[in-house]
Each structure stands twice: as structure tokens, then as C-alpha cells.
Design a protein around this ligand. Structure first.
Ligand code: SAM
Length: 304
């Protein structure tokens, strides 16, 4: 089989369908496979990444390689993590003539991404850290983005195509219906911007809803300082784990803290325990987290 000419775009209906036919690949709904078949959209996503030949780019879910191709043209090195083994052969064929694309067959949710990228980071002449770019499968959007936000992997910018409603959640303000753990984690770590929205018609197969490209630019410092970041994220998750409960009840049930300790922490943080998590700002969550740290509970499970 011929290798693909470098200037032949993968993101067109005919090339994508041709690859699917040649390799007997069908789009798997269970893996969120909606391939982009519009080269202009690919160019716009790649442009939002603003990567140069001095940059390392991590792509999650290359699929048939439409976005990978554009990223490799701009970046120094692309490392693409794909869970679906049946896509490895078409990817290998399409990128046989590229020397800056490594495809890794792994589950991006289960793999330690910092470890996976370790051999590629801090290469001489490269900018520090990396950026991650993806047309994300719907079912991993929240857990994957939370992993980036909660961890200390040295990402500088995240450029993700997500469902439009997920992009709204990332930018939501307290007291609104979209506000949740994801909004707070985004605010803590990044400046979020919705770059553009994308109609369902540019995908094969077409999803039911429209999408948006969100850019998360890492902040040099979080907007609030906390003693224990893992605890802050646990307090946030606990608050929204049982959204209908008051913050008082959510903290004692989910984090399994004694009621007097929760009452003391709420008083120290100046937060009324009858409020719900969806009304608390990042500053109030930070104050609560620090108040709990200072009261030194015997045991606290931050792994919720
Ligand atoms: N980047 C391609 C494009 O834009 O045409 C494909 C995007 S498609 C929405 C999502 C891709 O993520 C699929 O290739 C799918 O197999 C892959 N994927 C799904 N779950 C994954 C996981 N847990 N880890 C890595 N890749 C995953």
C-alpha cells in the first residue's frame, strides 16, 4: 500500500472514507469516534495551539490522524496517545514519512501521562513543558481535563474540542446551572477562552450536538494560595458530589469528617453551612480547605 503524500489532507471526506475502507475500520461510538472531515477546522484548532518547532505537543486520540498531521507540521514533536488498536495501521501508513510523530497505544485515562512524556521533555532547544491538543471523545472529557488541572504535569496550554455545553461549564460563574467542580478546577489553574464553535456537520459520523474549541492557558500562579492542593480538590469534589446537599452535609458525608470539625471549619472560613456548593467561590473553597487543614483531622480521604 502506498504511503500518503505529505501534502494530502487526511481531514477530507474522501481521504477519511478511503482509509476506513482500506483498513476496514468503522467509527466506534463507544470510543467517541467522530472524525473531523473539514481541513479548515483542523487548521483553526492547530492555530489555537500556537505551537512552533520548539514545542512538544501531546495529542489525545489521533483517530485517523487528521489533527495529528497539522500539529506535526507546526510542532517539533507530536506524541499521540490512541486507545484503539485498529487505528494503528492506518496511522503508521499515513505518517510513514514523518519523523516527528510517535503514536502510543494506550488509554489516556489510565496512563501516567507525566511518565509517558518524560523521555520527550526538556530536550535542548525546546520550550519547557508541553501543550495538549485534542478532539476529545465525549466520555473522557471531564475526567481527562480534571487530571490535567489537578496534576502537576508541566502543560502550558490545553486546546480541546469538546461538546459546547462542556465548554460552557468550564467558563461558568458561581450560582449558575453550569457551575461545578470542573469550573472551579479550571479557574484555579487556567485562563479559559472559547475560541470558536463547530457545527456537527464537520464530523464523520455526525454527533447529535455542536462542539466548541476551548483554550486553557495555564496561570503562572493560582488565583488563591492554599496549604494543600489535593485537599482543595477533594473539598470541591465533595461539595458537588451531592449537589443537592448543603455544604455542611456534603463535607461530613463525602469526606467523612466529624460534624463538630466541619462546623468549626465552616465558622473559621466564614461560610454558612446551609449554603450549597454551587454558590461558593474559589476563594471560599480555598478558605474552607485551609480551615480543614488547620484543624488537622485524624484521617481524610482526598481520593474521592
Ligand atoms: N483526532 C481525530 C479527529 O479529530 O478526527 C479523532 C477524534 S475522536 C473524537 C476521539 C479519538 O479518541 C478516537 O480516535 C478514539 O479512539 C480515541 N480515544 C477514545 N478514548 C480514548 C482513551 N481513553 N485514550 C486514548 N484515546 C482515546
Amino acid at each position: 500500500m502506498n504511503t500518503m503524500k505529505k501534502n494530502k489532507r487526511i481531514a477530507t471526506p474522501s481521504v477519511t472514507r478511503g482509509l476506513m475502507r482500506d483498513f476496514d475500520v468503522s467509527a466506534k461510538k463507544s470510543l467517541g469516534q467522530n472524525f473531523i472531515i473539514e481541513p479548515k477546522i483542523i487548521e483553526r484548532i492547530a492555530a489555537e495551539a500556537e505551537c512552533t518547532k520548539q514545542d512538544l505537543v501531546l495529542e489525545i486520540g489521533p483517530g485517523l490522524g487528521s489533527l495529528t498531521q497539522a500539529l506535526a507540521e507546526n510542532a517539533g514533536q507530536v506524541v499521540a496517545v490512541e486507545i484503539d488498536k485498529t487505528l494503528l495501521q492506518p496511522l503508521a501508513q499515513s505518517f510513514a514519512d514523518y519523523d516527528n510523530i510517535d503514536i502510543i497505544n494506550a488509554d489516556a485515562l489510565q496512563t501516567d501521562l507525566a511518565e509517558l512524556l518524560a523521555p520527550y521533555l526538556n530536550k535542548p532547544g525546546y520550550n519547557p513543558g508541553f501543550m495538549a491538543v485534542a478532539n476529545l471523545p465525549y466520555y473522557i472529557t471531564t475526567p481527562l481535563i480534571m487530571r490535567f488541572l489537578e496534576s502537576n504535569t508541566p502543560w502550558r496550554r490545553l486546546v480541546f474540542m469538546v461538546q459546547k455545553e462542556m465548554a460552557a461549564r468550564m467558563q461558568a460563574a458561581p450560582g449558575t446551572k453550569d457551575y461545578g467542580a470542573l469550573s472551579l478546577a479550571v479557574q484555579y489553574r487556567a485562563q479559559a477562552k472559547i475560541a470558536f464553535t463547530v457545527p456537527a456537520a464537520v464530523f464523520l459520523p455526525r454527533p447529535k450536538v455542536d462542539s466548541a474549541v476551548i483554550v486553557l492557558e495555564r496561570l503562572t500562579e493560582p488565583p488563591v494560595a492554599v496549604q494543600d492542593e489535593a485537599l482543595l480538590f477533594a473539598v470541591i469534589r465533595a461539595g458537588f458530589n451531592q449537589r443537592r446537599k448543603t455544604i455542611n452535609n456534603a463535607l461530613s458525608h463525602v469526606l467523612q469528617l466529624d460534624k463538630p470539625l466541619v462546623a468549626a471549619a465552616l465558622a473559621a472560613a466564614g461560610v454558612d453551612g446551609a449554603r450549597r456548593a454551587e454558590t461558593l467561590t474559589i476563594t471560599e473553597f480555598a478558605a474552607l480547605s485551609d480551615a480543614i487543614s488547620e484543624l488537622k483531622p485524624q484521617h481524610i480521604n482526598t481520593d474521592i
